[in-house]
Ligand binder design. Structure first.
Ligand code: HEC
Length: 284
C-alpha cells in the first residue's frame, strides 16, 4: 500500500531520532575535542608553511628576498607605476570568468557574463534542496544532476585553461619583435617617420586591447578592425576622434588627448596610412 509523503517523512524522522539515541555521540566533550584538535592542526600547518616560505626564500642579485624558495619569493619585483602597457590578469581561480568576458565581447553582453551567468548558476545551486525533493542520493539514479555537475566542472576547466593560455598583445613585446615595422612594410608607409612613430604608439598605447590590426589584438568590446581604416577618413579626422571619442558617439574608448598633439598627429598619420596591406599592394 502506498504511503502518503507526510506519513513517510514522519517515519523517517522517527527512525532518525532513534538512531541518534542509540548511536549518537555527545557534543561535549567528544565533538568539541575533535574540533579543537583539528583547529590546532590547521593553524600548525599554516605556521609551518609560513616558516618554510620565510626561511626558504633567499637573496638574489636583484634584491633581498627575491630568490624564490619552494613556496616562492618573499617579495615580487617592485611595481612600476609609470608603465603604459601593463595588462592586468586575474588570479588563476578567476580565469574562467576572465575568459567568459572574452567570449561575451560586446559591451551590452558583458553584464550577462559577469553577473548574469554566475548568478543564475548560483541561484540554481542554492535552490537545489527546494526543487529536488527526492530522497534518492545515489549518483547512478540522478542522471540530470550528474550531467549538470559534470558539465559545470568540465566547462569551468576548459574556461580556466583557455583563460590561462589566452594570448595578449603586450605593447612592449610587439615593439621588441619589430611588429610596428612589419606593419609599415605591409601597409606601404615604411619611411614615413610620422606614421611609423604612430605605429609604435599604437602598439604601446593599448589600442590593441580592443582593436584588431593586421591580425594582432583583441577585437573586444565591439571595436572595429583598423587595418583598413585609412580608406574611410584622413589624419585630421582621426586626431579629432582620438582626442574626444565620445563626441563621435563612442563611449567605450577613452579620450587620448593626454598623449599630446604631436603623438595624436602621429597616430592620425598612422591610421590614415593604414589602407589595408595586401589589397593596397595589388595596386602597386
Ligand atoms: C576600450 C576599448 C578601446 C580602446 C582601448 C581603443 N578603442 Fe578605438 N574604438 C573602440 C570602439 C568600441 C570603437 C567603435 C565605436 C563605434 O562604432 O561607435 C572604436 C572606434 C575607433 C575608431 C573609429 C573607427 C571608425 O570606424 O571610424 C578609431 C580610428 C579608433 N577607435 C582608434 C583607436 C586608437 C588609435 C586607439 C589607441 C590609441 C584606440 N582606438 C583604443 C574601442 C577602443
Amino acid at each position: 500500500m502506498a504511503k502518503g509523503l507526510g506519513e513517510q517523512n514522519r517515519e523517517w524522522f522517527a527512525r532518525y531520532k532513534d538512531d541518534v539515541k542509540k548511536e549518537g555521540k555527545a557534543f561535549f566533550p567528544r565533538a568539541m575535542l575533535h574540533d579543537t584538535v583539528m583547529g590546532f592542526v590547521v593553524v600548525g600547518v599554516i605556521i609551518g608553511l609560513a616558516v618554510i616560505w620565510y626561511y626558504g626564500a633567499g637573496d638574489s642579485p636583484e634584491g633581498e628576498g627575491l630568490e624564490p624558495g619552494i613556496l616562492g619569493p618573499l617579495y615580487a619585483a617592485p611595481a612600476e607605476p609609470g608603465t603604459t602597457d601593463f595588462i592586468p590578469r586575474p588570479d588563476w581561480y578567476f580565469y574562467f570568468l576572465f575568459y567568459l568576458l572574452r567570449i561575451f565581447e560586446w559591451p551590452e553582453t558583458v553584464v550577462v557574463a559577469t553577473v548574469g551567468i554566475p548568478t543564475v548558476l548560483l541561484v540554481l545551486l542554492l535552490g537545489l534542496p527546494f526543487y529536488d525533493r527526492r530522497r534518492e542520493r545515489r549518483p547512478s539514479r540522478r542522471p540530470v544532476a550528474m550531467v549538470a555537475a559534470l558539465l559545470t566542472v568540465l566547462s569551468m576547466g576548459v574556461l580556466t585553461y583557455k583563460g590561462a593560455t589566452a594570448e595578449e598583445s603586450l605593447g612592449s613585446t610587439l615593439i621588441a619583435d619589430g611588429v610596428p615595422k612589419e606593419w609599415a612594410e605591409e601597409q606601404g608607409f615604411a619611411g614615413d617617420e610620422q606614421a611609423e612613430a604612430g605605429a609604435t604608439l599604437f602598439a604601446q598605447a593599448g589600442c590593441l586591447q580592443c582593436h584588431i590590426y593586421l591580425g594582432f589584438g583583441a577585437g573586444a568590446l565591439g571595436a572595429p578592425d583598423l587595418s583598413e581604416i585609412g580608406q574611410t577618413n584622413d589624419a585630421e579626422y582621426f586626431v579629432q576622434y582620438l582626442a574626444n571619442p565620445s563626441r563621435f558617439g563612442n563611449n567605450v574608448m577613452g579620450s587620448y588627448s593626454y598623449l599630446g598633439e604631436e603623438n595624436l598627429a602621429a597616430l592620425g598619420a598612422f591610421l590614415e596610412a593604414s589602407k589595408g596591406g595586401e589589397s593596397d599592394s595589388d595596386s602597386r
